[in-house]
Design a protein around this ligand. Sequence first.
Ligand code: DI6
Ligand code: FE
Length: 401
Amino acid sequence: MTAFDRVWLDAHLCTMTGDGLGVIEDGAIAAKDGRIAWVGRRADLPSAALVTTRCGGAWVLPGLVDCHTHIVFAGNRAPEFEMRLNGASYEEIAKAGGGILSTVRATRDATEHELVAAALPRLHALLAEGVTTIEVKSGYGLDLATEARMLRVARRLGAARHVAVATTCLAAHAVPPEYAGRRADFARVVADEIIPAIAAEGLADAVDVFTDTAIGFTADETSWVFEAARQAGLPVKLHADQLRDDGGAALAARHGALSADHIEYAGAEGIAAMARAGTVGVLLPGAFYFIRETHRPDIAAMRAAGLRMALATDLNPGSSPALSLLLMLNMGCTLFRLTVAEALRGITVNAAAALGMADRGVLAPGLRCDLSLFDVSRPAELCYWIGRNPCRGRVVAGEDA
Ligand code: DI6
Ligand code: FE
């Protein structure tokens, strides 16, 4: 009898254990029942397995995690992209009833089947690069029926493909047209009706709010929604300090949020509060780039505070139509000056932490055997290329995917 179901050999590993990449050159990984059973130097591998896979010198990382996406939506916003190229700002478009609300109209009109069909090609693009877990937010319904439909679609994506899907209810993403001028009333509906109903159906794994003093929800309104999440037993996340410093980072920390996302404008105090609370900072360079933001997140303050930093696509039709997590590595390094280790930890161990998933993101015994294999000469190559996909395979829970 063999101790392992399967081993992978002829591989170099980025285990993500410790503070850096946790590199093991000429390593081996063994799996049993979908979990990692052993990781180490190939020369130390204790026993054989029924199945041996030779990786041809590939670099193996924990399965990549895209911890912030809005992948489920109908239509696209290429027309607004053109408007912006002709001078209109993201905020002006949002205030004029465009922006998020144009995607809300299209998404409300779409069937569950149409939403699945629209999302699948986007999902395929992410999976082709080695992603094995994604987070999917609602937030283009802004009414119970459509928010629930979006989350059902997200669950179906997870059931249909070899990918784990974590769902997040972002009903407090924008104020729907029927509540124009009554933002607080809508926040009450989200807290009192939408979150409890979504939770009762088991459709959400977390709750998110877009907090912003000009176009989002206030700190008070955010607290109502988070209180509803707490009562439903759901962890919270926050779109924070994307367009100005609204105190979003500190607000997220006060609520013990899993993550605060964007945080371009978060100040050193808010960042330190996040680090103390264990709130992960999710950096979204695709949105920074696409809306031509120039205020960079304060990476020096994040390092000084020991903040865990993640990187994600923010895949959405308005501010980040980005279908590549590997491109975010490059952008995180070039635009935000992340190191290679910070960027790669940002799409593995820290991205898993941003989802509250302690069972993945690291190559270590006992964790899920989710692997991404890459034909590169060294890990830095993953951050270096623009538009090259060196992924040679994915393993999800011990199975080729
Ligand atoms: N911030 C973002 O970057 C996305 N949502 C948010 O709150 C943009 C969503 C969109 O414009 O459709
Ligand atoms: Fe987002």
